[in-house]
Design a protein around this ligand. Structure first.
Ligand code: ACO
Ligand code: HSE
Length: 310
């Protein structure tokens, strides 16, 4: 939450220089409050696991949220039951005439395919186009980030020789950005993907900024300057056991898979993994919800926001 201070307090300037969020009394007085409307387009096959992971993170702020779960209507889900989808999910058709404060587009295990061969690609393109005018800020995760970078900015993905698999140290590339407020200079994030976007493709695009990256894992967070589109290549939302499940699954299938880096104690898969990224994940999602959704969204969706606080 912002610190509310008198308009002319000298500390205000000092704290603002440290990337601390300080709000003038005059702005605070005019803020109206209502629950935030957040849509989650869940493309993961293990939908119930992902719902829990994401709701856990977006639930960890003082803000009231109304979360709507979406699945692509043009894809028949193999791993999530029709009953679950019918009970808890909507499709784009149900919501396309509405507007949202925030949207999350998840990853999906389809990165080995060209985007155009994903059977819900046309629908996803329509949804991504719709977010531009109907969502205040959209947070794309892993394959969802690759899909968004490709569709909106023409940034391609490339296959990796070995899966980027493990818990990697990441750093802040652009200081004084609200999304990174309070971040440590080095923090850990799980990465689990067979493909990458290349740094030069993102860095050379005038519409994108690299906010965070890793020496070993490459670009982690890229965004548009206005914060309307955020692309996150890692899985900060993963549970402490998620990489172990993926590792055990792939071993059981006889696939070529390395032990995830820096994950099991002493890199021993017989030992119980512990998470080192939970605090980072909570801060990333609460910063997004606060600064890119709550402070940026208009009280009446569809109208211009009077307060430009970032
Ligand atoms: C890079 C990232 O974004 S990482 C995020 C993805 N990670 C995860 O989902 C981790 C958890 N997932 C898993 O462990 C596995 O996907 C499992 C165990 C659920 C299923 O694995 P498998 O049996 O190997 O694959 P399966 O044949 O079920 O296909 C996986 C998914 O891809 C989908 N898929 C496959 N081909 C296509 C295609 N051409 N277009 C669209 N979706 C496709 C499948 O339909 C399935 O998704 P669904 O359950 O929503 O229908
Ligand atoms: N994290 C994913 C990568 C595949 O897209 C998995 O291991 O299932």
């Amino acid at each position: 939450m912002p610190i509310k201070v008198p308009d002319n307090l000298p500390a205000k300037e000092v704290l603002a220089g440290e990337n601390i969020f300080v709000m003038d009394e005059s702005v605070a007085y005019h803020q109206d409050i209502r629950p935030l409307r957040i849509a989650i387009l869940n493309l993961m096959p293990t939908k119930e696991t992902t719902e829990t992971q994401l709701l856990r993170l977006i639930g960890n702020t003082p803000l009231q949220l109304e979360a709507v779960l979406l699945h692509p209507k043009t894809h028949l889900s193999k791993n999530t039951s029709a009953e679950h989808l019918a009970s808890f999910y909507k499709t784009f058709d149900d919501i396309k005439d509405e507007q949202y404060d925030g949207m999350i587009i998840t990853g999906a295990p389809v990165e080995h395919l060209p985007f155009e061969e994903v059977n819900y690609w046309d629908e996803l393109k329509e949804i991504m186009d719709w977010t531009v005018n109907n969502v205040t800020s959209t947070f794309h995760i892993c394959w969802g980030a690759q899909a968004g970078l490709y569709h909106h900015f023409g940034v391609p993905k490339y296959p990796l020789d070995d899966k980027m698999f493990g818990v990697f140290s990441h750093g802040v590339s652009k200081p004084n950005v609200p999304l990174l407020r309070g971040f440590d200079e080095m923090f850990y994030v799980p990465q689990s993907r067979h493909t990458e976007v290349r740094r030069e493709d993102v860095a050379n695009h005038p519409g994108l900024e690299i906010l965070s990256e890793s020496e070993d894992a490459g670009v982690y967070i890229a965004a548009t300057a206005d914060g309307k589109q955020i692309f996150v290549t890692g899985h900060s939302e993963y549970d402490s056991q998620s990489l172990k499940w993926e590792y055990d699954r792939d071993k059981a299938k006889g696939l070529r898979i390395n032990v995830p880096i820096n994950y099991f104690p002493n890199d021993d898969p017989e030992k119980f993994p512990v998470s080192t990224w939970r605090a980072h994940a909570n801060l990333l999602f609460s910063n997004w919800l606060n600064y890119y959704v709550y402070q940026a969204t208009p009280y009446e969706l569809g109208k211009a926001n009077q307060n430009t606080l970032r």
